[in-house]
Design a protein around this ligand. Structure first.
Ligand SMILES: O=C(COP(=O)(O)O)[C@H](O)[C@H](O)COP(=O)(O)O
Length: 331
């Protein structure tokens, strides 16, 4: 059987996610939802079955890009579970509606979360960041809007130096920034009031999956008595972990760590490049979501409320229970 035709935009978005042109859990989710909307809007499918096949194929292509950020399957699932209708026109409209409602909610959630996270920051506080998280930056942005003077120690975040993006964005907000290499973090922890990071996934036990280096930072922060705050919208909650699934940690290419010529000079070695690590809940003080802030151990209650007892593949047909939950979700 022929593969359903994919819109070129879906291929481009998938490639951009894979090559990290588009990166960060919330941004990836937004791009994926928008790609599904384009696929729907410009589909030439003539039958409802062909249309559904196209949207599912687009979702699979988008899902196969990066494995760790759960916001990606959560975004695809949100849209696909709302794909509904007896005709191509009705199906198209339902995907367009769901995609745009998802994207609106994403924006709103980040704003609400930023407000809540900002309440944890006091005037004059100094914050240490790792990687680049739009949810974490939103907390600082809201604190600045509340008139608080915030300064930041920004970890470079090897190997891809996403700390530079954080440094630039914070500068644009007028936040004084000190950039450090990752290995200087412990030394600087004594000078900061909070560690503030984002998340790619949060497991049912409250473990936080985020950029490699987060767990070491959290352990050091705990030892120094510096509170660790994780800014994560609820699309970062990983529903499959309620039923025992583990989060897949992406291993990236060794060329991000060492240039081929340097490697050749060293000789026979193994290079490992895990993109994320897992911070146990005992090293996290608060998970700040758009629904409020939670101690990590209690996040499972929120997860159950939002996702029920578990999920299936994003392209699976909704169960009766999921179908019933839809209207209130959209409000
Ligand atoms: O670890 C990263 C990004 O990793 P990468 O650069 O490998 O994608 C970010 O902390 C989270 O994705 C949260 O980001 P946001 O708050 O923007 O969703």
């Amino acid at each position: 059987m022929d593969e359903p035709p994919l819109h070129p935009r879906v291929e481009t978005v998938a490639e951009d996610i894979e090559t990290m042109e588009t990166r960060g859990a919330a941004t990836i989710a937004d791009a994926a939802a928008s790609a599904l909307v384009t696929q729907a809007a410009e589909s030439r499918a003539e039958t409802p079955a062909a249309f559904r096949g196209e949207i599912r194929a687009a979702a699979r292509t988008l899902l196969d890009t990066r494995p760790t950020a759960v916001s990606l399957p959560n975004a695809l699932r949100y849209v696909l579970q709302r794909m509904d209708g007896e005709s191509v026109a009705a199906l198209r409209a339902s995907v367009e509606r769901a995609g745009s409602s998802f994207r609106d909610q994403l924006d709103r959630a980040q704003d609400d979360l930023g407000e809540i996270g900002a309440n944890r920051l006091r005037d004059g506080d100094r914050v240490m960041t790792h990687c680049h998280s739009t949810d974490a930056v939103a907390c600082i942005e809201h604190a600045v809007q509340q008139g608080k003077a915030i300064s930041a120690v920004v970890k470079e975040t090897r190997p891809r130096k996403q700390g530079h993006i954080t440094a630039r964005e914070l500068r644009e907000l007028g936040v004084p920034v000190t950039l450090i290499v990752d290995s200087a973090a412990r030394r600087s922890l004594g000078d900061v009031d909070h560690v503030l990071v984002g998340a790619d996934a949060i497991a049912a036990d409250g473990s936080v999956v985020n950029k490699i280096g987060t767990s070491g930072l959290a352990v050091n922060a705990r030892e120094r008595g510096t509170p660790v705050m994780v800014a994560a919208q609820t699309i970062k909650l990983h529903p499959d972990t309620m039923t025992g699934h583990t989060v897949d940690i992406e291993m990236r290419d060794e060329s991000e760590v060492i240039a081929p010529e340097d490697r050749a000079e060293i000789g026979e070695i193994t290079v490992e490049n895990p993109a994320f690590d897992v911070t146990p809940p005992r090293h996290v003080d608060a998970i700040v979501t758009e629904r409020g802030q939670f101690p990590p151990e209690s996040v499972v209650t929120l997860m159950r409320e939002l996702f029920g007892e578990g999920t299936r593949e994003p392209w699976a047909e909704p169960t009766t229970r999921e179908a019933e939950r839809r209207p209130e979700d959209e409000s």
